[in-house]
Write a new protein. Structure first.
Length: 98
């Protein structure tokens, strides 16, 4: 049973990493990062259940809170990017240095 959770978690992380590397749209990259975080969270929860310790589940709560704040900051950056350049293409992020 644990092996199935590990396989699904690895697939989620691989799909997310592929999305981060291939896509140029900032919103898609943020969604791919969330898929990767959810894959890691699934593994934390599955291992926590397998070992019989609650610490993995508590750790995932902290990871989920950090992921939510990271998404909020990323969305704020995307909105400001769209206001300036009318695009959310990652290649246009060099204007944020000015």
């Amino acid at each position: 049973m644990l092996t199935q959770y590990m396989i699904v978690s690895a697939l989620l992380i691989a799909i997310g990493a592929t999305g981060v590397m291939i896509r140029r749209n900032f919103m898609i990259v943020l969604m791919s990062l969330e898929v990767m975080i959810n894959g890691a969270g699934l593994l934390l929860i599955a291992m926590s259940y397998y070992v019989g310790n609650v610490s993995g589940q508590v750790m995932f709560l902290f990871v989920a809170a950090v992921a939510a704040s990271e998404t909020a900051v990323g969305l704020a950056i995307a909105v400001m990017m769209y206001k300036r350049k009318k695009s959310v293409d990652i290649n246009d992020f060099s204007i944020l240095r000015k």
